[in-house]
Write a protein that binds this ligand. Structure first.
Ligand code: AMP
Ligand code: MG
Length: 371
């Protein structure tokens, strides 16, 4: 299959390009399109065969449901059931925007779209191209991120092409996305409101509207102090990850920087090609260096993260050593979540690492690199 790419203006997209993409959706095809978070891979949410193709093309496990994208609030009430005041207030405050609401589902939705669950995830994206596409298609669009399952989410059309080129009909290219991490997934299908995945809307912003919300433990990722990367039973999938092994070092910033440099040196000395993912322009010595920007601007860091992961792979890096971002406030929670998930649990405490590297670097090497 030849994947067509159409450039569209992000503010006022050409109606003929939108019309062409909408026809692909209506006839059961797949279109990758930009949202304010990352690029999505869309199909008509009401057509089981089209939705099944999303799973096939991404290599996505069938038990992982999709987010259904809508352009008008009425659609929430058609797709969802038993909605209460929280849905209404949250939609009013944050839509269009990077908040996904998990609500009880209506039977009109095909099972495959919601992976057989009795709930559905719904959001209205804050991007003209996405909104116009949904409107023109005249149907809700089911869309996960437009990457191969497990890879970093795509923040540009080039990323989509690299993962899915030749496997989907069309990509709408409106340049890089604004937020760079996915939407916040908030479960309001029962009385307890729970953040299942931190993202573009912060816990604090949500709490200002509906009061106390919980953060699901898996959303925090795993912090392992004083042990080197044991396989965590609780962590089923490694997500959002570069092909290179990723090690996250957490702790007090000064210690983190010393430990990151020391670990990078230890690994390079043993012949590995090492990338460091730093911040504040800190001058690490490594084979490849990428910087997430100033610590004072976690939004910018979130925006750069997935691109940096992909660039590390393009540079042929074998191990990435990343500074941890432990600030759980605002977008910081999402950033920390993505880093920890991408490491598959390889989160190390800086103090402990510095000691180990001093006492037995050979052991650190074997255990970090493993088999
Ligand atoms: P993606 O669109 O690839 O960013 O993934 C969508 C996210 O929404 C995944 O983390 C899903 O597990 C989550 N999700 C979608 N539908 C539901 C649902 N009904 N209940 C809980 N989580 C959901
Ligand atoms: Mg995804």
């Amino acid at each position: 299959m030849n994947t067509k790419i159409l450039q569209v203006d992000r503010v006022s997209p050409d109606p003929s390009a939108i019309g062409e993409a909408a026809r692909v959706i209506r006839t059961g095809g797949l279109v990758a399109f930009p949202t304010e978070t990352v690029y999505g891979l869309g199909a008509d949410a009401m057509k089981p065969q089209a939705v099944s193709r999303i799973f096939a093309v991404k290599g996505r496990p069938p038990d992982n449901p999709l987010i259904i994208h809508i352009s008008r609030l009425e659609e929430l009430y058609r797709i969802g059931e038993s909605l209460d005041w929280r849905a209404e207030e949250l939609a009013r405050r944050f839509w269009p925007g990077p908040l996904t609401l998990v609500v009880k589902r209506s039977p009109i939705l095909p099972d495959v779209t919601v992976a057989g669950l009795d709930t559905a995830a719904v959001r209205m994206p804050r991007h003209e191209v996405a909104l116009r596409l949904i409107e023109a298609a005249g149907t809700p669009i089911a869309a996960p991120s437009a990457n191969k399952s497990g890879r970093p989410s795509p923040t540009s059309a080039e990323h989509v092409l690299a993962d899915l080129g030749g496997e989907i009909e069309l990509i709408l290219d409106a340049g890089p996305t604004d937020i760079g991490v996915e939407s916040t997934v908030l479960d309001i299908s029962s009385e307890r409101a729970v953040i299942l995945r931190p993202g573009g809307v912060s816990r604090e912003e949500i709490e200002a509207v509906i009061g106390k919300v919980e953060v699901h433990p898996s959303a925090l990722g795993l912090l392992i102090h004083g042990e080197l990367a044991p396989r965590s039973p609780g962590m089923k999938y490694r997500h959002y990850a570069p092909e290179a092994k990723l090690i996250v070092v957490e702790g007090e910033l000064g210690k983190v920087r010393s430990a990151v440099q020391a670990l990078a040196e230890c690994l390079m000395k043993r012949g590995l090609r090492v990338g460091v993912l730093g911040s504040d322009g800190h001058p690490y010595k490594a084979d490849v260096l990428r910087d997430l920007g100033p610590r004072s601007n976690p939004s910018e860091a979130a925006k750069r993260l997935f691109r940096c992961f992909r660039e590390m792979d393009e540079e042929g890096v074998e191990v990435v050593v990343a500074e941890g971002w432990q600030d759980e406030s605002g977008i910081g929670l999402a950033l920390m979540n993505r880093l920890r998930k991408a490491s598959g649990g390889a989160v190390l405490d800086a103090n402990w690492l510095l000691e180990e590297l001093r006492d037995s670097p050979g052991r650190v090497y074997t255990e970090v690199i493993g088999t």
